[in-house]
Design a protein around this ligand. Structure first.
Ligand SMILES: Cc1cc2nc3c(=O)[nH]c(=O)nc-3n(C[C@H](O)[C@H](O)[C@H](O)COP(=O)(O)O)c2cc1C
Length: 262
């Protein structure tokens, strides 16, 4: 399956030269602009297609489970919103009550991208990562099932085709925001990816990274006119069990997101 990378916004002659060299060598294929409708015609750089590379120490599912996992393409992220960063920062507030109604796949894809999207041809993401080792995983629990984000492909795999939000609500001490939200994002981490290089320091680095990714998601929610709150009060084992996480993957944050109450 091809992997799509978005080029960094600052295009340079040397980067274009490098890409043309890679294309000539057959390493990459330059493809169309892949723009979302909101970005059309705003000079967003092209995508670059690279051969797939396995994520190191990917959490993965059991072979039996992975045979049933379905993958879906996600709408391309929009990279030009209508609010300035300062306006988004000014408006950010924890929102725990939501108007009834599901989030669109476009919104879910945009929130995934804000948290962990790939934004550089070498694999760099929207959030910084110690040693660029990317220990974080992100899921969206919806009424239709659980989507797991695949950043390099900007796709999602449906890991559980059922609504597990009630289980997350219980795991999160029955907090009202979890009961109300059409989508509950879950940030998890595979610590081993960072421990390989940083040893005990990984404990700190991974949690710092979860903060970066979560803040990106919160700010993106504001830019989309959605409400969200980060939740740290939950039973780890109950969340891991609801999401059927492998033993090496630990939940760090629940982030319910919904439409603002008028
Ligand atoms: C690490 C962390 C854990 C949090 N856990 C919860 C939580 O379990 N439930 C909740 O409703 N809010 C939670 N919050 C949100 C805070 O309550 C909120 O940020 C704080 O009241 C300040 O309000 P503001 O976000 O609107 O500025 C958490 C925030 C952080 C940073």
């Amino acid at each position: 399956m091809p992997i799509l990378f978005r080029m960094e916004s600052k295009s340079s002659q040397s980067r274009r030269w490098f890409l043309r060299r890679l294309a000539a060598m057959g390493v990459v294929t330059l493809v169309g602009s892949g723009l979302c409708s909101g970005c059309a015609g705003k000079g967003i750089p092209p995508f670059v297609e690279l051969p797939p590379t396995p994520t190191p120490l990917r959490a993965g599912k059991t072979p039996a489970a992975s045979a049933e996992v379905k993958e879906i393409p996600l709408p391309q992220p929009c990279t030009k919103g209508s609010l300035s960063l300062e306006e988004v920062l000014l408006r950010r507030r924890s929102v725990r009550m939501y108007r009834h109604g599901p989030l669109s796949l476009q919104d879910i894809a945009q929130l995934f991208w804000a948290a962990q999207g790939v934004t550089a041809s070498w694999g760099g993401r929207t959030a910084p990562s110690a040693g660029a080792l990317y220990p974080l995983e992100i899921y969206a629990a919806t009424a239709n099932g659980v989507y797991h984000y695949l950043p390099r492909e900007h796709r999602a795999e449906i890991t559980i085709p059922e609504d597990i939000r009630k289980a997350l609500w219980a795991a999160g001490l029955y907090q009202e925001s979890l009961a109300q939200a059409p989508v509950i994002f879950v940030l998890t981490a595979v610590y081993r990816r960072t421990e390989i290089k940083y040893g005990e320091r990984a404990e700190r680095y991974v949690k710092l990274e979860a903060g970066h990714a979560a803040q990106n998601l919160l700010l993106q929610a504001v830019a989309l006119d959605l409400g969200a709150v980060v939740i740290g009060a939950f039973y780890d084992e109950a969340v891991a069990s609801a999401l059927q996480l492998p033993a090496a993957e630990k939940p760090l944050y629940l982030i319910p997101v919904g439409h603002l109450v008028e």
